[in-house]
Write a protein that binds this ligand. Structure first.
Ligand code: THU
Length: 139
């Protein structure tokens, strides 16, 4: 793994510590790299009103866009742990998070790469189109 990807994967693992998942026990961490080099972390935040909770990826991306609206997101890493142990299989983003990735990729005007991080196994995709075919981007 390139040093920048390794750093982002480690930030995603670090981000799982902020997860609030009392219902699923599935602690997801995400880390977004901005074009400035800054890394923004997010984690899943659950709620007793289940649909009010949000995924790690959207927590990170919404924070990145809200706090740094002029910076493109160049990469996002995602990982998950259960009972304090990194999951063996890489966490794969839900459809809603892929759609949100797609739009921030368009907003940023450059490809957003995706790193799905498991314990000893990492899948890398160069752009959102590779994990979301037929992207909806027009209204
Ligand atoms: N979750 C994420 O945060 N990201 C994913 O990619 C998959 C699912 C969260 C949502 C919920 O808090 C928990 O994992 C179980 O679905």
């Amino acid at each position: 793994l390139e040093p920048q990807d390794r750093e982002l994967a480690e930030a995603a693992i670090e981000a799982t510590k902020g997860s609030y998942a009392p219902y699923s026990g599935f602690n997801v961490g995400a880390a977004v790299r901005l074009d400035s080099g800054l890394i923004i972390k997010g984690s899943n935040q659950e709620n007793a009103a289940y649909p009010s909770g949000t995924c790690a990826e959207r927590t990170a991306m919404f924070y990145a866009s809200a706090a740094y609206p002029d910076n493109a997101m160049v990469s996002i890493a995602v990982t998950a742990s259960q009972n304090g142990n990194l999951c063996v299989n890489p966490a794969t983003p839900c459809g809603a998070c892929r759609q949100v990735m797609a739009q921030y990729q368009t907003k940023g005007g450059r490809p957003m790469s995706i790193l799905l991080v498991g314990d000893g196994k990492i899948w890398k995709f160069e752009k959102v189109d590779d994990i979301l075919p037929l992207i909806f981007d027009s209204i």
